[in-house]
Write a protein that binds this ligand. Structure first.
Ligand code: SAH
Ligand code: MG
Length: 222
């Protein structure tokens, strides 16, 4: 049977129902409700991809993670849950309202000591973080900010990834505005460029999952 749009939607609905359940008192459930009430865009990775992020983070040493594009902190909390006991996450967000919302959520989830939010534009902050953390120091990198900047994020962050470390790119296959099979949207062209660049990088093993809007997973080889 071929994949078609109704089947794609039904499949994602099934994944959420079976693999995406959260306890009602999970801070992530409250975060979702409050984010909607606060008018934040409803574009977080969701519980299915979130759980995968936690699992993948926990399969690394989990000492240092860097996220680009915090929004309300939903994905950051999943990543932080996969860190080692003394691990930390640095997350970057340009929009001050999103940043404030996320910091409040980190406190409620009691992760304020593990997650450090840096407010500003990723292309300004990433080079500073690079100097600070140094090459081969990041166990998990998660890119999810401006898709047109994915190739530039990759160029700066690539050397920072530790051997055995993972780089994850959300929206590797699409977003609400474009899908990877249709040319023309600048974000689509940039995501495609990043996908191809990473897939052909001899230092990385790379796969992509057609989960939700696509997740690229690359692992730096030892
Ligand atoms: N990772 C989040 C969703 C991120 S949505 C989650 O799954 O929960 C993308 C976020 O990136 C938005 O909050 C947007 O404000 C931010 N963003 C967009 N361009 C940016 C840039 N150049 N630098 C930093 N953040 C940016
Ligand atoms: Mg995304």
């Amino acid at each position: 049977m071929e994949m078609n749009t109704p089947r794609w939607e039904a499949t994602n609905h099934y994944l959420e129902e079976v693999f995406g359940r959260l306890h009602a008192d999970d801070p992530l459930s409250l975060l979702d409700q409050e984010a909607r009430a606060a008018g934040l865009p409803d574009i977080s990775i969701g519980p299915v991809v979130g759980r995968l992020l936690m699992m993948l983070t926990s399969m690394t040493p989990g000492r240092l993670a860097v996220e680009v594009g915090t929004l309300g902190g939903y994905s950051a909390i999943w990543i932080a849950r996969g860190l080692s006991a003394d691990g930390r996450l640095i997350t970057i967000e340009k929009d001050p309202a999103h940043a404030d919302f996320a910091v409040t959520q980190f406190h409620r989830a009691q992760l304020q000591d593990r997650i450090e939010l840096r407010q500003g534009a990723a292309l300004d902050l990433l080079p500073r973080i690079a100097t600070e953390v140094g090459d081969a120091s990041i166990d998990l990198l998660f890119l999810d900010a401006d898709k047109t900047e994915y190739p530039a994020y990759w160029e700066i962050a690539r050397p920072l990834i530790a051997p055995g470390g993972l780089a994850l790119l959300d929206n590797a296959l699409g977003s609400g505005e474009w899908w990877i099979d249709a040319h023309g949207h600048p974000a689509r062209e940039a995501a495609d460029q990043a996908n191809r660049m990473i897939a052909s990088d001899p230092d990385f093993q790379t796969v992509a999952f057609p989960l939700r809007q696509g997740l690229l997973v690359a692992r730096r080889m030892w």
